[in-house]
Design a protein around this ligand. Structure first.
Ligand code: SAM
Length: 343
């Protein structure tokens, strides 16, 4: 899997990085050449030695981001982001020989609970927004998120906590449905907290592994598509149980193993299995809660065209995106969402 210059010439990863950053240098007079050159020297040297691990690349990327942010609007940040995504996937999994089966894609909404990958995935909102944009409800028109909002409303909570709130969309729906309740929306990603706060929410940076709230502080906790990302699931659930009052409720949404399995296998990957899923979630929750109700939703992802399906896959595995066989027109793939209501 090689990048291509306009002329069609094959480029190595270090060529790609040099070409892209050279373009940035030419297009922006305020470009901080010294800082980027130092970083480039480090990364190219490590690549030459073959010693750059995916983790090092992720850290290098974090160092580059503040520099690129300082660049002026002429700088095409999307190009460098796409390049870094491609490099990351190349380094994470060496390119298999032609015809060889592809290694399974990363798990858990694509990234499982590897904390470096989780932090990088949600440092910006665009990947999450790309994924969210394709989801429709079930064939009979049921919206799983609306069911979750109603499950919370049924508990008539006064004090509500959301962990892993992302951009705050769910919390906003809950706030509109329960205007009298006190709602605290939390996420470990500073950017997500910023976006949630822009919606007028009480948004705070919080790692769900260590909730900075007293015992019995909330009547309800919501965890929407986030428990598959935490480093120690039992620890997080124990924290949730601690901050919930004895009659409090946890609302937790997740995916099943069959979620987009047809799309993943079409691209040469494998279905995603996570630590908190339709299949294993109830067993884990029963270690912390006396009653666990489970509602499954057979959802649908609708991709307007092949490019949209590739864009979705690229949010967590650019190699899979490149391998997705072409298809014409719109395509629909089955999803599997599950809501757990634990008390
Ligand atoms: C798949 S997104 C879901 C976002 C939102 N709940 C939604 O449904 O759109 C997962 C979110 O969980 C957050 N997250 C992951 N691990 C976390 C942790 N240990 N503590 C707090 N937030 C976490 C991520 O930053 C991200 O915003």
């Amino acid at each position: 899997m090689r990048g291509r210059r306009e002329a069609g010439e094959d480029l190595t990863p270090e060529d790609l990085i040099t070409v892209e950053l050279g373009r940035a240098r030419r297009s922006d007079p305020g470009y901080d050449e010294g800082a980027v050159d130092d970083l480039l020297d480090d990364v190219v040297a490590a690549m030459r030695e073959g010693s750059l691990t995916p983790g090092q690349l992720a850290r290098w990327r974090q160092r580059l981001e503040p520099v690129t942010r300082r660049l002026r609007p002429g700088y095409d940040r999307g190009q460098v982001d796409a390049l870094l995504d491609r490099l990351h996937s190349q380094l994470a999994a060496p390119t298999p020989p032609a015809g060889a089966p592809t290694a399974p894609g990363p798990s858990g909404a694509g990234i499982g609970n590897d904390q470096e990958a989780v932090a990088q995935q949600y440092a910006r909102e665009d990947r999450l927004e790309t994924r969210r944009s394709v989801w429709r409800g079930t064939a009979d028109g049921t919206d799983p998120v609306a069911v979750a909002v109603e499950a919370l409303a049924a508990a008539a909570p006064r004090d509500l906590l959301e962990i892993g709130c992302g951009t705050g969309e769910f919390a906003s729906r809950v706030a509109a449905r329960l205007p009298g309740a006190r709602l605290v929306a939390t996420d470990q990603s500073p950017r997500m907290v910023e976006l949630a706060a822009q919606r007028g929410l009480d948004a705070r940076p919080v790692d769900a592994s260590e909730l900075p709230f007293g015992d019995d502080a909330f009547d309800a906790v919501a965890a929407m598509w986030m428990l598959y990302h935490v480093p120690d699931l039992d620890r997080t659930l124990a924290q949730v149980r601690r901050v919930l009052r004895p009659d409090g409720v946890l609302i937790a949404m997740t995916n099943g193993d069959g979620h987009l399995a047809d799309l993943l296998t079409a691209a040469g990957g494998e279905p995603i299995r996570t630590q908190f899923s339709r299949e294993n979630g109830a067993t884990t929750l029963r270690r912390h809660f006396a009653h666990v109700e489970q509602i499954d939703f057979d959802t649908r992802a609708v991709f307007p065209d092949h490019g949209a399906a590739q864009a979705y896959l690229a949010t967590f595995d650019p190699a899979l995106a490149e391998q997705l066989p072409p298809f014409a027109g719109e395509a629909e793939f089955a999803g599997a969402a599950t809501l757990f209501i634990a008390t």
